[in-house]
Design a protein around this ligand. Structure first.
Ligand SMILES: C=Cc1ccc(O)cc1
Length: 177
């Protein structure tokens, strides 16, 4: 948690856990300069997890980072990280169908892409649910870029606590065998 961020290289390969002011807890990994992975531990779609989501990742000014992407569900996300202050601001733009049927999206999305595409065709997109929130970062880990061990299993109750307690990853940021 004492890492200092100045450059884009400082940010890429970093693994975060944070809690939005509305209580939603997210885990998110800047896998490389165009890819993110994440797990959702609390909130409307707790239990959802995603790897290899394409994203736009830029540094706005030293130590401040903007990330934006659009998902197969039609959900759009914009995150502004201020990691030196352990803060970020996130806005999630949920299609109406995700608000009405969040359970459809609670899965390892990579194995259910056809279902996401079918649902976004079948159900309503509008009006979108816009969720703009600040969040407090509760964990920062130096996982290195393209580390497939960071987000590679479903979330469970207590996983963020295990990660914060140093019980989840080995010293070289792998999962114990
Ligand atoms: C919908 C995905 C998502 C991932 C991370 C985050 O902070 C907000 C939304």
């Amino acid at each position: 948690m004492d890492k200092h961020f100045d450059t884009l290289a400082d940010f890429l390969g970093t693994h975060f856990i944070y809690t939005y002011d509305n209580g939603w807890e997210y885990e998110w990994y800047a896998k490389n300069d165009h890819t993110v992975d994440y797990r959702i531990h609390g909130g409307m779609v707790a239990g959802r997890w995603v790897t290899d989501q394409a994203a736009h990742i830029t540094m706005l000014t030293p130590g401040i980072y903007k990330i934006a992407w659009t998902e197969p569900t039609g959900t759009d996300v914009a995150l502004d990280f201020v990691p030196n202050e352990h803060k970020l601001n996130g806005t999630i733009f949920f299609p109406k169908w995700v608000q009405e049927h969040p359970e459809i999206t609670v899965c390892y999305q990579n194995e259910h892409l056809d279902e996401m595409i079918a649902a976004r065709e079948k159900y309503a997109t509008y009006p979108k649910l816009v969720v703009p929130e600040f969040a407090t970062i509760t964990y920062i880990g130096d996982a290195g870029q393209n580390n497939e061990a960071v987000i590679n299993e479903a979330p469970y109750a207590g996983m963020p606590d295990d990660i914060r307690a140093g019980k989840f990853f080995t010293a070289d940021y792998q999962r114990p065998k």
